[in-house]
Write a protein that binds this ligand. Structure first.
Ligand code: UDP
Length: 578
């Protein structure tokens, strides 16, 4: 291996994560790869994509070097399957898939098999189960009765559980049922039973006509998808109350706004979008897949502002990287290869947003946070589209461009039907050692559970850095850290403003701020934004109702709430210090 200018500066927690699942092992299960070699493997195998084009084929090694630098500097990281599988026999590089489920045993089990193959490679799958006939409906071939979508979801859940061990990581699923399906109540309440559907996030597919009925206080018709006939009418109010109550109780179900999503479906001629990937950030057509990547915003703070020139270069290179991923990707099924290469969707997003704010001395809860969020994301949106248009000149537009929304809006040909997505960056942010996605800090001192149950305990590194910049002595910082470990929440700590405000954590920030940040990012994101509206334990169901309805009014594509302590097992614990 050649000596390179940049060697990755990884924190202890990043090394733990890389060692657990990402670094290549030999047949004796011994790690045989360094983090540097990992980035090299990924960079050069993705740069192989350049060879497919006359204009850049001779420059593929140059791009390999640049991709290496991009990742080794932790300026940008592609989604986990790319890090795990690029240049490896599996070669499956995407995190997000949506698979269709039709109303037949054949289709149900065929799709389950496809899902198993995708999970094995580290991808997540989303399904809309609304085509399945409701529980108790007739099965002609056997004269029996149908068991309904919820029971089949449990079969999917068990299969996911069984392949968990052999796969690269825990298989994740999104299960959606539309609000007008006759089994909607069973679906809404299913996760109240502990231990059920643990490998699923579930969301109700809300349609505009449901919100209209709700606003007018009108009843809502539930329709059998097999016959298209109304089975019964329910009170829209009661159904919504039930949904909200369950979300309050367990965090599930979330909601996705299907009509909003389809208003921004860039290629309506190719089909209707009915589902998203597991964390909700990527709406996709049936059989479509998408590869994501995230820019580490914390790395771009320079002299009290962002280094916009360097950010622009990074965006261009990241778009090129993600487009090359489509070139070298080994798709698990021919149907997936077909639709994915027609649209060539990529999802460039961000991580380290909260860290960036802290470095800029802007509190997450201030108006200025919204202003900078708008500036950053509109920049990423605009520059990624520009980069995609340049690639289209070199390589051709995505094949479904003619007739697409972009085409109708008079855009120049683009290489990718979408360029932006805000992913949760659950693992990527650990590798980069920054705050995840666009979320605020979860705690100054926290315990975070990773893949395979590794527990990482950390005091947020910027806490010490900023305090010492502000003239706190080492002893004072240590005393404050000890106080935080004991009391948990920053609001309970003896720290001066404006520093205190700077370090407020997810459960101390109002839901309206969470939602406003989501709204700003959504405004400049073609796909969706994965964001959790974290709520304190004493939040009421009424409050959740207001959040869901505001999210709809603001044009968000979906929303997820999490009330502290409402799941038996949660990913991040902060000490509450009561
Ligand atoms: N995902 C998955 N299993 C996991 C975590 C994530 O299948 O255990 C998929 C899922 O589609 C999710 C997407 O990866 O929506 C992106 O998640 P995240 O950004 O947290 O992944 P990372 O790239 O950081 O591992």
């Amino acid at each position: 291996m050649k000596r390179r200018k940049i060697t990755p500066k990884l924190k202890e927690s990043a090394l733990i994560v890389l060692q657990a699942r990402y670094l290549v092992r030999d047949e004796e299960n011994q790690i045989v790869e360094t983090p540097e070699a990992l980035f090299e493997r990924v960079a050069f195998s993705v740069a192989e994509g350049e060879k497919n084009f006359r204009k850049s084929s001779s420059k593929w090694e140059y791009y390999g070097e640049r991709f290496y630098e991009l990742m080794a500097a932790l300026d940008f990281l592609p989604n986990s399957p790319t890090l795990m599988n690029a240049g490896r026999p599996l070669g499956q590089l995407s995190a997000c898939f949506v698979l269709p489920v039709y109303d037949s045993l054949d289709s149900i089990f065929e799709t389950l098999k496809y899902a198993a193959l995708i999970h094995k490679s580290g991808g997540g799958t989303g399904f809309n189960f609304s085509r399945l006939r409701p529980k108790g409906d007739i099965v002609f071939s056997t004269s029996g009765v149908a068991s309904g979508p919820v029971s089949f979801m449990q079969v999917y859940d068990s299969a996911t559980e069984a392949i968990k061990q052999g796969g690269k990581r825990r298989g994740a699923n999104m299960g959606i049922l539309n609000v007008d399906h006759p089994d909607i109540e069973e679906f809404i309440t299913i996760k109240s039973t502990t231990g059920v559907l643990t490998n699923f996030n579930i969301s109700v597919g809300i349609k505009d006509n449901f919100i209209e009925a709700l606003k007018k206080g009108e009843p809502y018709a539930l329709i059998n998808p097999r016959t298209g006939k109304v089975v019964t009418e329910v009170s829209s109010q009661k159904l919504f109350d039930l949904l909200v109550e369950k979300a309050w109780e367990t965090g599930d179900p979330g909601v996705i706004f299907l009509d909003t999503i389809n208003r921004f479906n860039p290629t309506p001629n190719l089909g209707h979008i009915e589902a998203t990937n597991p964390c909700g950030e990527q709406p996709l057509l049936p059989f479509e897949s998408c590869n994501l990547g995230s820019i580490n915003l914390a790395n771009f703070v320079k002299d009290g502002d962002l280094d916009w020139d360097r950010l622009k270069e990074t965006i261009e290179l990241a778009v090129r990287f993600l487009d090359d991923v489509i070139e070298v990707n080994r798709f698990p099924l021919p149907q997936i290869a077909k639709i994915t290469t027609l649209n060539r969707k990529i999802g460039l997003g961000v991580m380290g947003f909260a860290d960036m704010l802290i470095k800029l001395r802007i509190a997450y809860s201030e108006e200025r946070a919204l202003e900078i969020a708008e500036k950053v994301m509109s920049f990423i949106n605009q520059e990624s589209l520009r980069a995609s248009a340049v690639l289209a000149e070199e390589r051709g537009a995505f094949p479904a461009f003619p007739g697409s929304l972009w085409d109708q809006w008079g855009y120049p040909p683009l290489r990718n039907a979408t360029t932006t997505t805000i992913a949760p960056t659950g693992t990527l942010s650990l590798i980069a050692g920054v705050s995840s996605s666009i979320e605020p800090l979860f705690g100054i001192y926290y315990e975070r559970k990773t893949l395979g149950g590794i527990i990482i305990k950390e005091v947020h590194p910027l806490f010490e850095e900023i305090l010492s910049e502000e003239g706190y002595s080492e002893r004072e910082i240590e005393a404050l850290q000890a106080e935080i470990m004991e009391k948990g929440l920053i609001s309970k700590i003896n720290l001066k403003e404006p520093l205190k405000k700077l370090f407020l954590t997810a459960f101390e920030i109002s839901p309206d701020i969470h939602l406003s940040i989501q709204r700003i990012f959504q405004k400049y994101t073609h796909n969706a934004v994965s964001k959790t509206i974290n709520l304190p334990e004493d939040t009421t169901p009424e409050e959740i109702k207001r959040i869901y309805l505001t999210a709809y009014e603001w044009g968000l594509k979906g929303v997820t709430v999490y009330r502290y302590g409402s799941k038996p097992e949660q990913v991040i614990y902060i000490k509450k210090g009561e």
